[in-house]
Design a protein around this ligand. Sequence first.
Ligand SMILES: [Cu+2]
Length: 261
Amino acid sequence: MRSRRASKGAGALGLLALTATACSGERLGMPEPISVQAERMLQLWQGSWIAAFAVGGVVWGLIIWAVLFHRKRSDDLPPQVRYNMPIEILYTAVPFVIIAVLFYFTARDEEFVEKTTANPAVTIDVTGYQWSWQFDYKEKVAGAEKTVATVVGVPVAPNGPAAGKPVMVIPSGKTVRIRLHTNDVIHSFWVPALLYKKDVMPGYTNEFEFTATKLGTYEGRCAELCGVDHSRMLFQLKVVTPEQYATFMAEAKAKATGGAQ
Ligand SMILES: [Cu+2]
């Protein structure tokens, strides 16, 4: 069963498998997706490559055909053809169709990935600063939004221990909204396993939502050069079960109220 699936993937992506690494061959170099939205992004990526190879196959076939069957046989000039209308129209129409197909799937999937809902299960205000991150968990208390828990990071050396990285804990299977803020320069919120990143802009709140599907701890970083310690702007995304998340929130809230008193 497993080998059948593997051979199917290898068949579809034959040539590419030669250049891609063994562990991510089917994903064509992309990390393993951990959210509903990331899976869609991966499909778009794979589909684009399959389409590119289909077009490539036709082009290579035509080149080989021309090389083999229309090579120079004598010094006579072959018949010179100019302004062949059907071919000119084909040259224009075919690229247009290719672009239209790519555009359709890109626009469809972008809309899916960028969609936001009215009532996400979890809302987190992320603040990027030189050079770390702060995560403020928001909840509606008596109609007004309040910060119920905060995680603050300090810059961590890229090769240093993971212990210092701020950890964003979120539940799996729930809609999580991320709102991005900064008061200094442009940063970019990037978790490779989400197959997504978004700029963090001063004076403008960017936001996005995702629904995690795989438990685990995933690395995150700033993806916009933002100063001398940009490379130390690291964090982690920890996807836990909803029960574990409830425990985490209860403890974080207790800590928050304990600190305020
Ligand atoms: Cu940054």
